[in-house]
Design a binder for this molecule. Sequence first.
Ligand SMILES: NC(=O)c1ccc[n+]([C@@H]2O[C@H](COP(=O)([O-])OP(=O)(O)OC[C@H]3O[C@@H](n4cnc5c(N)ncnc54)[C@H](O)[C@@H]3O)[C@@H](O)[C@H]2O)c1
Length: 309
Amino acid sequence: MKRKVLITGGGGFLGRRLAQEIDWAEEIVLADITLPDESSEEFRHISADVSNPADIDRIVTSDLTDIFHFGAVVSSGAEADFDLGMRVNLDGTRQLLEACRNLPEPINFIFASSCAIFGSNGGHLPSDAAARPESSYGVQKACGELLVNDYARKGFIRGVSCRLPTVVVRPGKPNLAASSFASTIIREPIHGRRAKCPVNPDSSLWLGSVKSVVTNFLKAHQIAESGELPKYRAFNSPGISLTVREMVDALARTGGDTSLIDWEPDPKIDAIVSTWPTALDVSSELALGFEVDTDFTKIIEDYRKRYAE
Ligand SMILES: NC(=O)c1ccc[n+]([C@@H]2O[C@H](COP(=O)([O-])OP(=O)(O)OC[C@H]3O[C@@H](n4cnc5c(N)ncnc54)[C@H](O)[C@@H]3O)[C@@H](O)[C@H]2O)c1
């Protein structure tokens, strides 16, 4: 069977990295509201807005076999513009699922959810913690997960959600995620530039590398395809829990100049970040073969090798 993969939000950070790792598809389409400056010969880029039904009809074609749904207004963006967040993250996800429901065969549908669905709930959460989001973004991702679960339960799709930790180290410009600083405080000093840290050094974060997160998306895809899914079709992509101070210490150990970090508290960012869990029990995901990072220093060194040498 010819495999054709659609990645919504495919012009973004994770979409492009995932596309590079998919070696089992004949065709990969990256759909996004923003097109890259240089069009990649490897992949087809299509301009499409997942909140626009006409665009969805254009991208959800009858020959599709797999969708990774990454297109989203990220955390600070969804908090700043409530209507846009609801339109893209909630209505767009529902419209995309409806279009998939109308395809001749159920296709694999992997949804990028977030640990923001939990709310802080005391920091360290068990694997079956209830979704109690404390931000509009978290609410929209939690609703998306519920929809994916129900469309899968009904047999309309082979769907699964993957809840991501904060992914570090993000190259290039920051996006509107409240967690962007977690990459900025590592990336900018590596390139000899100043960086602002908007939260207290004792704040804890749940972190994952791009490599582990992309590997875990592919694992979730494999599980969706096998059909051997848990009753509630969502996984916590494993992460590691570190304080901001521990992150900065790791930067120092790899030779980064930590004096380039300016500690400038931003109550708006702190208010969002403090609603996220700081660690999750991922033992069942690890038993299924999901990957976890072991060392934050290695994450920094991998970034340096790929982008700074
Ligand atoms: N990176 C992280 O730390 C992290 C953590 C948790 C969840 N996630 C989720 O993973 C997914 C990918 O995140 P990312 O880090 O690559 O973010 P990103 O901002 O780099 O990519 C998201 C892409 O979605 C696109 N987009 C926005 N509105 C759209 C619309 N209406 N239609 C189509 N595309 C649209 C953006 O243009 C962007 O290119 C997102 O759904 C995000 O919520 C990311």
